[in-house]
Design a protein around this ligand. Structure first.
Ligand code: ADP
Ligand code: MG
Length: 323
């Protein structure tokens, strides 16, 4: 079973940033409003995610560490309308197969909290405990038993920047959640959680950049789009500062970002990209989230309708700005 979990971990948990992503997504799925990520040594010494979400009932805690035990889908049909971020029930068992994990949790209804600890693939602690509302998951000694994984990691600075990217993307996708990231005691990301996407952009870039962005919004038969983008005079040489969010998931989709760029027309120099965030909402049935468990790539039905809408809305908004 440990082996099966390690094989799954190979798919889901590539690096410290993957652990952060899975744990924060679990916190968000559990309706946490405040999510604090504490990381030491680029995640190799410690990744701790503290949330004020629903918590886990005592008898459900061991189950959470069993593969395919997800509380999030009732039947196969649900797979096609997943609204929650996780739904495969692989993250916790995968992480616990390649690291030491302690989970502390308490639900609103419970009289006491519960602590569950897995070390070296064995459950070494399973006790009632005092505890705050919500869940804390601490991950230590990541990849201690998979040296090949460890060796494949980039230098700490790079792994840390990938963690920062993950937290930034989650913050952009969830402006209504207050997220923090602290590394070696230093706060690197802090969002207010007041639902204002422009404020999240200000927290990630800087206030001046965010304030100068134009807001836009529009809709078509199947899609609603909105967001904030810099004017053509403030661009970057990489598209990685242009976040695309589909139903509150950060995604990568070339056609979508190309449609945004097309909205700028000749105002944008070749090879330059705006900074900002574009939020797209659609019926979940039109999204295929099953393309790959980890890759942020996504397939959309009616994609032509969406790209036309984005190009048109952005072109019109920029034309307005020039008047
Ligand atoms: P998935 O998210 O795909 O369901 P995970 O392995 O990530 O699978 O988590 C397993 C289960 O553990 C979840 O379905 C959920 O019931 C529970 N869980 C994990 N993390 C949390 C959390 N922070 N708060 C509440 N419940 C959690
Ligand atoms: Mg999950």
């Amino acid at each position: 079973d440990l082996l099966a979990n390690q094989i799954a971990a190979g798919e889901v948990i590539e690096r410290p940033a993957s652990v952060v992503k899975e744990l924060v997504e679990n916190a968000i799925d559990a309706n946490a409003h405040q999510v604090d990520v504490v990381v030491d040594n680029a995640g190799l010494d410690l990744i701790k995610v503290i949330d004020n979400g629903d918590g886990i009932e005592e008898d459900q805690v061991p189950l959470a560490f069993v593969r395919h035990a997800t509380s999030k889908i009732e039947n196969r049909h649900d797979l096609f309308k997943v609204m929650t971020l996780g739904f495969r029930g692989e993250a916790l068992p995968s992480i616990a197969s390649v690291a030491d994990v302690t989970l502390q949790t308490r639900t609103k209804e419970a009289e006491n909290g519960f602590t569950y600890q897995v070390k070296g693939g064995q459950v070494i602690q399973e006790n009632p405990a005092a505890g705050r509302l919500g869940t804390i998951v601490s991950v230590r000694n990541l990849f201690y038993n998979t040296p090949a994984r460890l060796k494949y990691l980039k230098k700490p600075q790079t792994e840390l920047s990938l963690i920062v990217d993950v937290v930034n993307h989650l913050a952009l996708a969830h402006p209504e959640r207050a997220l923090t990231l602290t590394h070696n005691g230093k706060t690197l990301v802090k969002t207010a959680g007041n639902g204002d996407l422009r404020q999240v952009l200000a927290a990630i870039y800087d206030r001046k950049t965010a304030e100068k962005m134009v807001d836009f919004a529009g809709q078509s038969e199947h899609f609603k789009v909105s967001g904030y983008l810099t004017l053509p005079e403030q661009t970057r040489a990489s598209r990685s500062y242009l976040a695309v969010l589909v139903n509150h998931r950060f995604v990568k989709n070339f056609s979508v970002s190309n449609a945004i760029i097309k909205g700028y027309g000749s105002k944008l120099m070749v090879g330059r990209f705006p900074i900002g965030a574009v939020s797209i909402e659609l019926d979940p049935l039109l999204v295929d989230v099953n393309v790959h468990p980890q890759k942020a790539e996504i397939r959309l039905s009616e994609q032509g309708e969406l790209t036309d809408l984005l190009t048109k809305v952005i072109a019109e908004r920029l034309a307005e700005e020039n008047l």
